[in-house]
Design a protein around this ligand. Structure first.
Ligand SMILES: Cc1cc2nc3c(=O)[nH]c(=O)nc-3n(C[C@H](O)[C@H](O)[C@H](O)COP(=O)(O)OP(=O)(O)OC[C@H]3O[C@@H](n4cnc5c(N)ncnc54)[C@H](O)[C@@H]3O)c2cc1C
Length: 353
């Protein structure tokens, strides 16, 4: 089989890249390891355009936000499934925080994303003595559904193989790369945290982050917004809520822990008073670069080898824009990638890699 692109990994990164390349008329074949837990299947998929700590816009958000709305709307149509759920985020204020919010709303041009005035309405089962700040342009993306639908379509078209790529069986030739019976112009690695095992990209600096989430079922609470206070409580329908998420840079196992569960429940207890049942706990690894920017581009010594990774904790926001950009780059529509995301940052002092 001969294709334009062989994509390794079909989480969010691989799915979006395959979609953009196919849209551009390119042929793709995907190999995905079914035994690796995908971050994309664990993620809550929260889209928050604001950095709460400093009350600034999230990096590049004025470009990312329109692209994510466009891409998810396109994919919803393509797969006939709902993927983007607009949901307000309500951040519980501490003492004095409402004034800070109003000041920064103006100073940092946050008018497109935040409501200026604090929400002082009582919300059942929420303790918010000083009110709450509202993010009006936000939501959640059902990343699990996206990946599932994409995999289903690839299977129907016989364009996916579920196995772990064996690097020893990979042959780099002058203008192509072959893996067993498949040859492609380029191989594009979208392996999530497994990038750390990739011999082509040992120079890249990653600092992956484990995250854990709970799924809870509330007794009476019916909040239809994402509650935030050092944690988030995100509605998923039918009284089910995702409670997340922890950050751990040391334990990169996929085991769930009582420590994470306690941490999340303690944080929730500071602002939430309803009874609930924990119905599920999950762990995943966020593929995160040392500077927390996406990592993409072609290998300086092997231009038939590329990478799309480093979506970190914001894949739902970063993925659509950068998959579009990488596809445009591969198709020759643009000649350079954004300077902060290109892998050239890791090869700076080496002319040819
Ligand atoms: C607990 C948690 C909460 C999160 N919450 C959010 C959130 O609220 N909002 C948000 O935007 N993001 C969130 N994220 C981050 C989000 O999950 C990631 O940014 C994104 O899903 C990364 O996608 P990916 O495709 O790079 O990696 P993955 O989804 O991990 O996919 C990588 C794929 O590559 C495959 N693979 C790897 N090596 C090989 C190989 N050798 N051969 C074949 N296949 C291979 C794997 O099997 C896997 O399918 C969260 C993550 C976690 C863990």
């Amino acid at each position: 089989m001969k294709v334009d692109y062989l994509i390794i990994g079909q989480g969010l990164a691989g799915s979006l890249l395959a979609y953009e390349l196919q849209k551009a008329g390119k042929s793709c074949f995907v190999i995905d390891n079914p035994k690796q837990v995908k971050a994309s299947e664990v993620a809550a998929g929260v889209v928050n355009p604001v950095v709460f700590r400093r009350l600034t816009k999230s990096w590049l958000i004025d470009d990312l936000y329109p692209q994510l709305r466009k891409t998810y709307a396109e994919l919803e149509k393509h797969f006939e499934v709902k993927l983007f759920y607009p949901l307000k985020i309500k951040k519980v204020f501490g003492n004095g925080e409402a004034d800070f919010w109003q000041k920064k709303w103006n100073e940092n041009n946050l008018q497109d994303y935040l409501e200026a005035s604090p929400d002082k309405q009582p919300h059942p089962f929420v303790k918010a003595e000083f009110g709450m700040g509202t993010v009006a342009e936000s939501g959640r993306v059902d990343l699990k559904q996206l990946v599932k639908k994409m995999q289903h379509q690839l299977k129907q078209r016989q364009l996916i193989r579920l196995e772990k790529l064996n690097f020893e069986a990979l042959k780099l030739e002058e203008n192509q790369v072959c893996y067993r019976d498949i040859c492609a112009e380029k191989i594009l690695f979208c392996e999530g945290h497994a990038v750390s095992e990739n011999p082509f990209f040992e120079t890249l600096r990653f600092r992956h982050t484990k995250g854990e989430l709970l799924r809870i079922k509330t007794e009476n609470y019916r909040g239809n917004f994402i509650l935030n206070k050092g944690m988030f409580l995100m509605p998923e329908g039918e009284q089910l809520y995702r409670l997340g998420a922890t950050y751990d840079w040391d334990d990169l196992s996929l085991k769930t822990t009582t420590q994470a569960r306690q941490e999340l429940q303690e944080k929730l207890a500071t602002v939430f008073t309803d009874q609930y049942l924990v119905v599920d706990q999950q762990a995943g690894i966020r593929p995160t670069a040392h500077d927390r920017r996406p990592v993409m581009g072609l290998h300086p010594q092997h231009p038939q080898v590329g990478i799309f990774n480093g979506l970190g904790s914001k894949g739902a926001m970063l993925g659509p824009y950068f998959a579009r950009q990488f596809a445009a780059f591969l198709c020759g529509e643009i000649s350079e990638l954004h300077t902060e995301v290109t892998i050239n940052r890791y090869f700076k002092n080496q002319k040819d890699g």
